[in-house]
Design a protein around this ligand. Structure first.
Ligand code: 6PG
Length: 467
């Protein structure tokens, strides 16, 4: 009998199955797409079994069955559950490893519970390579069921610098997919921050692709040690197959998305979470398409030519800027997690989440260790910048961020996420924001009432004289 089953054998499913087998567990693989099973069958050995029917697959697994569903998110997951249900036994464990919306995972968790089936919604990060050699895994659902699959998940996950596997129980219901959604929102934020700095280096400081590649590489060995710095350097250095240029100069500047970052924003808005960097990153992707369409339709582009000086310390100031901007992207993600935990009554474990993201995933970076430390001190943080380390980082790097945004404004270069970073830090700890005027206006036109800063209660003003 096989110890683990995988449904869906395209690259992610196949690589995860191979990863399980490579760690000494026996695994069955099944797909409704026969050519995928044929391709998988090439790896067949005493621990790896290709299956061509639902029955063959389900019957090949030891009980309680442990099945990873690694297929496209959405309806296909529901269809798979309907196919599986009559074949399963009470106590079996299903893991959805796709980028499912957490609302769907909440629903499926409760539906499966009625049938005595344990449903785990699990975020998987790290792409194809990670799936094969060590992803970060974010499982949520029933904790007792998680404990049963933990030995396999711990074996296949990436390990952080201390050798701890990047997988731990995230929380009940759809909490695992929620954490992955927030991971992706942070991913959008940091990617956009890097792109804005790239834009400034390219268009204003007139750095070549190779120079910019070297700069990101230096930062990756400096204050912004992160997988996204590493790959940015590599993307900028890559030569094109079709021309003798760098490939980056021939990639159309319209950003696509499957939308998990957008979901974070949707839920952030529902919760009232101030995730401004994620919001701007999502909008910047929309904007990139609109800008392209505008130019195609003949609208004259706005281009401003900066004739001013390029500061000598520009690259160093950008490094500090990006370090702080990255911290704000994480801080906003954790702030949303904190608010979600409260609203959905989930006991989220922030230290474990930080630890989980330290290796294997797309947003892995040296800073996550500092975040883990911040959440290890036992104090409940409302905001990451309450922690001494991050407070100090903010105080030290705010001047650089201000200079970068000022420089970009003078140079006529948009910096939606870097500006949002600055605005966030200058707003979030400021008790003197002008919301009093908003409240006055609301009360004026709609008698919406307001509270006072000098006495308790709810007030309304008769704002104008009756004629
Ligand atoms: C990961 C990635 C992965 C995927 C994104 C891309 O953690 O491995 O986040 O899940 O590459 O979903 O998202 P967009 O297509 O929305 O940019």
């Amino acid at each position: 009998m096989q110890q683990f089953g995988v449904i869906g054998l395209s690259v992610m499913g196949k690589n995860l199955a191979l990863n399980v087998r490579n760690h000494g567990f026996s695994v069955s693989g099944f797909s409704i797409d026969k050519p995928e099973v044929d391709a998988f069958a090439k790896y067949e050995d005493d621990k790896l079994k290709p299956c061509y029917t639902w029955e063959e697959f389900v019957n090949s697994l030891e009980k309680p069955r442990k099945i990873l569903i690694q297929i496209m998110a959405g309806d296909p997951v529901d269809q798979t559950l309907q196919k599986l249900l009559p074949l399963l036994d009470k106590g079996d464990i299903l893991i959805d490893g796709g980028n499912s919306n957490y609302h769907d995972t909440n629903r499926r968790y409760h539906e499966m519970e009625k049938h005595g089936i344990h449903f785990i919604g699990m975020g998987v990060s790290g792409g194809e390579e990670g799936a094969l050699n060590g992803p970060a895994l974010m499982p949520g659902g029933d904790e007792a069921a998680y404990e049963k699959v933990a030995p396999i998940l711990e074996a296949i996950a990436a390990n952080n610098k201390e050798g701890k596997p990047c997988v731990s129980y995230m929380g009940p219901e759809g909490a695992g997919h929620y954490v992955k959604m927030v991971h992706n929102g942070i991913e959008y934020g940091i990617m956009q921050e890097f792109s804005e700095v790239y834009n400034l280096l390219r268009d204003v400081a007139h750095k070549s692709d190779d120079e910019m590649s070297a700069i990101f590489d230096k930062w990756n060995h400096g204050k912004v040690e992160a997988y996204l710095s590493e790959i940015t350097s590599k993307v900028l250095a890559q030569k094109d197959d079709l021309t003798s240029d760098h490939v980056i100069d021939h990639i159309l500047n319209v950003a696509s998305y499957k939308g998990t970052g957008n979901w974070m924003l949707e839920d952030g808005v529902a919760l009232g979470a101030p995730v401004t960097v994620v919001a701007e990153a999502v909008m910047a992707r929309f904007m990139s398409k609109q800008a392209h369409l505008a130019v195609k339709s003949g609208i004259k582009p706005i281009k401003f030519e900066y004739k001013g000086e390029i500061p000598d310390d520009l690259v160093d100031e950008f490094e500090k800027t990006l370090q702080l901007a990255q911290a704000v992207a994480y801080a906003q993600g954790f702030q949303q997690l904190t608010m979600a935990a409260e609203a959905y009554n989930w006991d989220l474990r922030y230290k474990s989440i930080a630890q989980d993201w330290e290796a294997g995933c797309i947003i892995r970076s040296a800073m996550l260790k500092d975040i883990e430390n911040a959440y290890s001190k036992g104090n409940k943080l409302m905001n990451l910048f309450q922690d001494d380390y991050f407070r100090k980082l903010m105080e030290e790097s705010l001047p650089a961020l201000r200079k970068s945004v000022e420089f970009a404004t003078k140079a006529g270069v948009p910096t939606p996420t870097l500006s949002a970073t600055l605005n966030y830090l200058e707003s979030i700890f400021n008790p003197d924001l002008p919301a009093n005027l908003i409240q006055g206006q609301r009360d004026y036109f709609g008698a919406h009432t307001y509270q006072r800063n000098d006495r308790e209660g709810t007030y309304h003003t008769e704002w104008y004289e009756e004629k």
